[in-house]
Design a protein around this ligand. Structure first.
Ligand code: SF4
Ligand code: SF4
Length: 217
């Protein structure tokens, strides 16, 4: 038998072994092997026996925090209960987006006609988005972040795959739920920045007080 023939037989043997082991392990470990997070994690270990694939869509593999798919826009909930959209419509994300799939329209004040720091429309063509995450990296206001939701398949591209402002907006609580470590890091950075600013303010005030005292003496 040729070398490739032996290789095929060896491969089929491994497949058969896994097939048989699936039943023996299932008999031993019962239902906990399927449709539970614990079961999925156990089947994903290197020493698992039998079937190790995840039975998608009935089962879903747990996603790592850094997983990224389509971006979404973050809003905070204000004291009045209204949405406080973080995006200032600065346009940086649209500029850095490699395939140019972001379109933003800046809101204008109805009375004065002056541009405001918020979008009236924000659109992403999710079929063109290549999930690179650059928009989220460059946004100076933590206003756009990468989502975990990958189940967006649809039959009507124009109707469902041009995400608009309403579709893109998600609360900060959702952002924190899918990326707790990143949010914690960003909050720590903010605290550190604020502490530095406060120290600089205090130093400036002390210097001014000293100068005033010297001038008055
Ligand atoms: S999402 Fe961020 S980078 Fe993009 S326009 Fe809004 S504030 Fe600017
Ligand atoms: S993830 Fe990349 S491709 Fe998608 S909108 Fe952001 S910058 Fe553009």
């Amino acid at each position: 038998m040729s070398g490739s023939g032996k290789g095929i037989l060896k491969g089929l043997g491994i497949t058969l072994k896994h097939f048989i082991e699936t039943y023996t392990v299932d008999r031993k470990e019962g239902k906990n092997r399927y449709f539970t997070e614990e079961g999925i994690l156990s089947r994903r270990t290197p020493d698992t026996k039998g079937v190790f694939t995840v039975q998608y869509p009935e089962e879903k593999a747990p996603l790592p925090e850094a997983f990224r798919y389509i971006p979404f826009l973050v809003y905070d909930v204000g004291e009045d209960g209204n949405r406080d959209i973080r995006c200032t419509s600065c346009g940086i994300c649209a500029k850095v987006c490699p395939p140019q799939c972001i379109w933003i329209t800046r809101r204008t004040d109805e009375e004065t006609g002056k541009p405001m720091k918020e979008p009236s429309q924000f659109m992403i063509d999710v079929d063109i988005c290549m999930n690179c995450g650059l928009c989220a990296e460059y946004c100076p206001f933590e206003a756009i972040r990468m989502d975990h939701d990958y189940e967006i398949a649809n039959v009507d591209r124009m109707k469902h795959h041009i995400f608009d402002l309403e579709k893109l907006l998600k609360p900060a609580s959702y952002y924190k739920a899918i990326r707790p470590v990143q949010v914690e890091r960003e909050e720590a950075e903010k605290r550190e920045k604020e502490a530095k600013k406060e120290a600089a303010r205090a130093a400036a005030a002390a210097a001014k007080a000293k100068k005033d005292a010297e001038n008055n003496s």
